[in-house]
Design a protein around this ligand. Structure first.
Ligand SMILES: C[N+](C)(C)CCCC[C@H](N)C(=O)O
Ligand SMILES: O=C(O)CCC(=O)C(=O)O
Length: 508
């Protein structure tokens, strides 16, 4: 039962218990010493009191109070000193209770606004793209799987070379020049069920059956091609037994490398030349261009505070995702330990944020909802002259609004700024975040690995958290960031295929 509903229930029950309602009772009885009026719902009635006539006792009830002999009496005389004091205490307690209940009720109402009822969840088993649909034209309307396809949409998504630029794939057609009452004038289906149409505006279009079938898929299926979704392999510490890896030889398959990252959230690339960082940079550029940030582009760093960030120190860093202070955190991040001399430590920590989110979802749905709906701000303010913050707050667990599937984990306790809740309610976020933090720090979820020269770690910064133990000595790491959109684009080209990706644009 929601907090608010249980509160309302309590208030209703107390008003309707056989306690006297304050308004009916107050005019009759006042208690001297500070004029404490019997105005609480927690009344001391019914109460046995000495009768005003004879020596038997009277049970003082609501009804009895209406009798003339009680009309002007002081409560003291009617119920005696002890009960008068009890009444005063009851009144004070009741007042306090009413204030608390009202505050809890208000909080419940406020939080219900924040915690939308979406069923946010972690996608682990993508649906198979469903097969062909029945495609026919009925009374001049194109029907796909029984759904009528709007003529304006179909005309707007004509793929011919006068409507779409052949090389840029951009729309050339002026959508709003299409007559609003556009209709099919003539149509035919060929043996592959490709639909050929002559429109009422004289234009001719062709639509493949795959293109038409895709128009009626549900959101989860449409996301598969758009997001380049695959079956995710969620992991914990056991991944140490067989971490995903690939060898950097002449026929390194970018497709295989990206497939492992998409499935596991990270990959180790063996046999990368070092200590010269050039080979590492070249490896990353096989995926996409390296992202420039205020740390530079391709990075090669040690614990010298060259940039005012704790990464450029030798202290331990707990599991986090990078760039929570950017509106668009980097998609991939890479670390290649080039050397570590005169010291020890600096082990790397990886945690599968999607696996931990899924555990939270299973253990505490409310906490999962809080981390999925309460926006949090972040900042990077170490370097002189900058304080970088995203244009808006983002939740720790961010979901695809069309499918409610987990898209991104944003977690960096060091860089966190404000929590987008009224200050009196921030405890709700801390309670949920504490549960997530505890799961992140569960030994079963921590994969500790010592980076080695020659072996490059590349991971999905939207899913996998990373950290390190403290270290001594001189430790040099190089690597780079790659944008999410750029690596997912490359992944889709390699694993889905350009033709299928382009065909899904209109309805994916
Ligand atoms: C550029 N390089 C990777 C060396 C350091 C970046 C610092 C990242 C920052 N602590 C964050 O959590 O986003
Ligand atoms: O030094 C490391 O191993 C990791 C540094 C880090 O967490 C970062 O650069 O974001």
């Amino acid at each position: 039962m929601s907090a608010a509903r249980s509160i309302r229930g309590t208030l209703w029950a107390s008003r309707n218990r056989n306690a006297l309602s304050p308004t009916r009772l107050t005019p009759f009885l006042t208690i001297p010493q500070g004029n404490c009026r019997l105005n609480s719902t927690a009344s001391i009635l019914p109460l046995e009191v000495p009768s005003t006539t004879g020596d038997e006792h009277t049970v003082l009830t609501k009804k009895a109070l209406r009798r003339p002999e009680y009309r002007t009496k002081d409560l003291n005389q009617v119920v005696g000193e002890e009960w008068t004091i009890k009444q005063k205490c009851l009144e004070a307690d009741t007042k306090e209770l009413a204030v608390d209940l009202h505050r809890i009720f208000r909080t419940g109402r406020r939080l219900r606004k924040v915690l939308k009822s979406n069923d946010y969840h972690v996608q682990t088993e993508p649906l198979d793209v469903d097969g062909g649909k029945t495609i026919n034209v009925d009374k001049g309307d194109l029907m796909v799987g029984g759904t009528k396809i709007p003529n304006l949409w179909l005309r707007d998504n004509c793929q011919c070379s006068s409507c779409v630029h052949e090389s840029t794939k951009q729309r050339l057609l002026d959508t709003f020049s299409i007559p609003e009452d556009i209709s099919l004038r003539k149509f035919t289906f060929n043996e592959e069920k490709t639909l050929s149409v002559k429109w009422s505006d004289g234009h001719k279009s062709e639509y493949s059956s795959d293109f038409l079938s895709a128009t009626v898929q549900n959101a989860a299926r449409r996301a598969i091609t758009r997001q380049g979704l695959t079956r995710l392999k969620l992991w914990g510490a056991e991944i140490a037994d067989q971490p995903p890896h690939i060898f950097n030889n002449v026929d390194l398959s970018v497709r295989d490398m990206l497939r492992k990252i998409r499935k596991f959230g990270f990959v180790f690339v063996h046999d990368v030349d070092h200590p010269d960082p050039a080979a590492t940079e070249a490896l990353l550029k096989k995926i996409a261009f390296i992202r420039e940030t205020h740390y530079g582009g391709f990075y090669d760093f040690t614990a010298d505070l060259a940039s005012a960030d704790t990464a450029y120190t030798n202290i331990a860093l707990e599991a986090h995702t990078d760039n929570t202070y950017f509106s668009d955190p980097a998609g991939l991040q890479a670390f290649h330990l080039l050397s570590h001399t005169d010291g020890e430590g600096g082990a790397s920590l990886l945690v599968d944020g999607f696996k931990v989110a899924h555990e939270l979802y299973q253990q505490d749905r409310d906490a999962y909802q809080v981390l999925s709906t309460v926006n949090v701000h972040a900042h990077a303010s170490g370097n002189n002259g900058i304080s970088i913050q995203p244009y808006r707050g983002f939740p720790v667990l961010e979901h695809d609004p069309s499918t409610n599937e987990l898209l991104r984990v944003r977690w960096n306790n060091s860089d966190r700024a404000s929590i987008e809740l009224p200050i009196e309610d921030v405890g709700t976020w801390y309670d949920a975040a504490r549960k997530f933090d505890a799961l992140l720090k569960k030994k079963e979820n921590e994969y500790w690995e010592q980076l080695q020269p020659g072996r490059v770690l590349i991971f999905d910064n939207w899913r996998v958290l990373h950290g390190r133990s403290s270290f001594t000595g001189k430790r040099r790491i190089c690597g780079g960031y790659i944008n999410r959109d750029d690596w997912i684009s490359r992944y889709k080209m390699e694993s889905v295929g350009r033709e299928k990706v382009l065909r899904a644009l209109a309805s994916g």
